[in-house]
Write a protein that binds this ligand. Structure first.
Ligand code: NOJ
Length: 739
């Protein structure tokens, strides 16, 4: 191309960004008119810079491809300087100077790390979730990132699946509410501001239902279950304006997601009107081959493009094959035009044509990351996300005048505490361990520390020291759990026990100090099987992986500066054989009769109860709450009416605290059976000791809708049960009729 043409193109790009009497769509159209087919294909290609490894490494000479105009986006590159340098390579070496999009897995924080998402969900605090994702976006955008691959919206009911840690748990309603909060937090209300980033609803769809909890495994489910359980959080994200979607690795009913026209073209775009772009998961287009769905990589590119996958993450297949597929008439050029258009539109929305470097500002980076106010939110969120599972005889909070034996492989840890997908969070030196957090409450000589054992090893040599410390101290605090790599992607387990020798150490300590108070603080990325430990310790505080300020948040809880308020959003089984187990199951034709729980020929196990160890919605507080005065505005409603259900909640204990008040319904008879309980609302309230409050929820016919067997989203008249309760462990006593 002659220099003069280049000059005009450059002028065009300046003009395109200027906002001169054009909206973003028109600007994209003008730009598209100037682009060659190769350049359009270039927009659909994403490569990785290798700063973080988030998949099988595929080495790519990405600088060469960027200079050739064959790359539209990069992942795994961050910091203001690195993104600026690479952006410069794209803008200054390509004919049209189209800026790159920088994406990264900002999952539960970028530099300041918040609790893992399953933990954040346990706070049931929508504002907190929005606030943490806002902070994540502030930090990420200050380091040159335009786009996060979050939130993960996969409903997960199988704790063997390591990625259960990345989502909001097992419930459809809760996950949908959280989905919106995440999107609002990341994207803000104006994408053209340089502190907002594109969010990604992932993984579309069904990934959490992987057979046997094994990552990437096959998923089979009826369309009813898909629509009633797995799709709603994604629909909620679309309603909240999410800009991008990511495909899933799994196949769904025989069709790998990345090649699934039905979910992307028919449902996402057709039914829901989604207008953003879809990125494949990491090499997921290539994986259509081992799935047995595509013959070769050309075929894989064809199928993915036909299905509506706009961008190829790390796969090289779009770059290599799209042109030939168009020339051979195997795909319509308009498909590629559409994909390219949508990606460019996102870049215009972000203002990258105004200034491609607007996110890559070193001064802003220094001023923004790890701000004290962000760390404060991290501390609060660690406390708000923790769930007090057990607290016999008010073992917690602890007395500051006593000595504690602080034992366990995670007691001094500042590495695993950030959990999987710890973003760019500093894993060494920046995060506060439990040991450090306790310094705010205790003098050095009040803490007798002993590691005891590793998370995973068969070395018992530390047992003696730990037992000696336990004997000497007034109270024992154990900090145990999983290694951060034991959950997250490619981290499925068949055994849900606390790993390694830790259970044995707990048992030995209990034997050594039979009458001493033992508190177990857990860090882990999934529900664990705590059936043995629950009887050996006096209190259990589930802290998940609590993030940068985790140790301080935990110390605040242990000493009562923060009253525990988290409640489980996922069921804890008694053993792995009960999995999948979740509160909103179906009744079956042979439910266990209350009057005769051991009756034969019922839907039960012969070696374990049906009930879990800890139910969905469970979580204790240092105070107690009483629910009274349940009222319904009417015993029957019409399709246009609104029903109000209310209850009085009283703080009957000695301290102030939060309570998470939950609304459940049960549709008793349907043309397709409905779950025994369904969460339909919740409110987190703050009550001072002695205070009471009336909490009201409204229900309309819209809230009672579900997909029937003809895949109509409908509500059926009939009898419903309703309850307002502190957890999912209750029996319905009230009802209403819809007619
Ligand atoms: C694979 C994971 O499944 C996905 O969630 C993530 O965003 C990508 N890798 C990029 O790191």
């Amino acid at each position: 191309m002659k220099r003069i043409t280049l000059y005009f193109c450059f002028l065009f790009v300046l003009w395109a960004g200027s906002g001169f009497a054009q909206n973003n769509e028109a600007k994209v159209d003008s730009l598209m008119n100037l682009m060659t087919l190769e350049e359009k294909i270039g927009q659909t290609v994403m490569y990785g810079g290798g700063w973080s490894v988030t998949g099988p490494t595929t080495k790519t000479d990405y600088v060469k491809y960027i200079k050739a105009g064959s790359v539209g986006a990069m992942l795994n590159v961050y910091t203001a300087k690195a993104t600026r340098d690479l952006q410069k390579t794209a803008v200054e070496n390509t004919r049209l100077g189209i800026p790159l999009l920088f994406g990264y897995d900002v999952i539960h924080g970028h530099r300041t790390i918040f609790p893992i998402n399953l933990g954040l969900a346990a706070s049931w605090d929508i504002n907190l979730i929005e606030q943490t994702s806002r902070i994540a976006a502030e930090e990420a955008s200050a380091e040159g990132l335009h786009w996060t691959f979050a939130p993960m919206l996969d409903i997960a009911r199988d704790p063997r699946w390591g990625r259960i840690s990345e989502g909001s748990g097992e419930d459809v309603y809760l996950a949908s509410v959280m989905a919106k909060a995440y999107v609002r937090g990341f994207q803000g209300d104006d994408l053209s501001k340089n502190n907002t980033i594109l969010a990604t609803a992932k993984h579309f769809v069904g990934y959490g239902a992987a057979q046997a909890g094994r990552d990437y495994h096959t998923v089979n489910m009826g369309e009813g279950e898909l629509r009633n359980v797995y799709l709603p959080p994604f629909k909620a994200a679309v309603d909240a304006g999410v800009e991008t979607f990511m495909t899933a690795f799994n196949e769904l009913n025989g069709v790998p997601s990345t090649g699934d026209k039905f979910i992307f073209r028919d449902i996402l775009r057709g039914e829901w009107g989604f207008e953003g772009f879809v990125v494949s998961d990491y090499t997921a287009i290539n994986e259509l081959i081992p799935h047995g769905f595509a013959k070769d990589s050309t075929d894989a590119a064809r199928l993915a493009m036909l299905a509506g996958t706009d961008m190829d993450m790390m796969g090289h297949v779009y770059r290599k094959h799209l042109k030939e597929l168009i020339t051979d008439g195997k795909i319509d050029v308009n498909l590629v035009n559409e994909s390219s258009r949508k990606i460019l539109l996102a870049k215009f929305k972000l203002g990258l044509f105004d200034d491609p470097y607007r996110y890559s500002d070193e001064k802003r980076q220094t001023e923004t990351i790890y701000k004290p106010e962000f760390l404060k939110v991290a501390r609060e969120s660690a406390a708000a996300s923790s769930v007090l599972l057990k607290n016999d005889n008010k073992s917690l909070p602890l007395d500051r005048t006593k000595t504690i034996a602080l034992i366990g492989p995670l007691a001094k840890d500042d590495y695993h505490i950030n959990g999987n997908w710890g973003g760019a969070g500093d894993r060494q030196g920046k995060s506060i361990s439990v040991f450090e957090g306790l310094q705010d409450y205790l003098k050095a000589n009040q803490i007798l520390y002993a590691k005891g054992c590793d998370i995973l090893s068969d070395d018992e040599s530390g047992f003696e020291e730990a037992i000696a410390a336990a004997k000497k101290a007034d109270v024992v605090v154990l900090v145990m759990g999983e290694d951060h790599g034991m959950s997250g992607e490619a981290a499925s387990r068949t055994n849900l026990k606390i790993p390694g020798l830790q259970p044995k150490l707990i048992q030995k300590i209990r034997e050594a100090v039979p009458n001493k108070k033992i508190v177990l603080v857990l860090m882990n990325g999934r529900p664990l099987n705590l059936s043995d430990e629950v009887d050996q310790v006096d209190a259990i505080l589930e802290a998940w992986f609590p993030g940068s300020m985790g140790g301080s948040g935990i110390a605040d809880l242990l000493y009562g500066a923060y009253n525990p308020s988290g409640k489980l959003t996922v069921t804890f089984p008694r053993n792995v054989g009960q999995v999948p187990i979740y509160y909103n199951m179906k009744n079956t034709g042979r439910p266990i009769p209350e009057s005769n729980p051991t009756e034969d020929y019922k839907s039960n196990y012969i070696d374990a109860p049906n009930t879990p160890l800890f139910v969905f919605g469970h979580g204790l507080s240092y105070t107690s709450f009483e629910y009274s005065d349940f009222k319904l505005s009417s015993e029957s409603i019409g399709f246009e009416d609104t029903l109000t259900a209310s209850v009085t909640v009283s703080n009957t204990g000695d301290v102030d605290g939060h309570e998470i008040v939950q609304l459940y319904i049960h549709d008793k008879v349907g043309s397709v059976t409905r779950p025994v309980k369904e969460l339909k609302g919740f409110e987190k309230i703050w009550l001072k000791k002695g205070e009471r409050q009336t909490v009201s929820f409204t229900i309309t016919a819209e809230d009672l809708k579900f997909y029937n067997n003809s895949m109509q989203f409908t509500v059926e008249p009939g009898a419903f049960e309703i309850a307002i309760a502190p957890s999912s462990d209750f029996k319905f006593e009230h009802g209403f009729i819809l007619n």
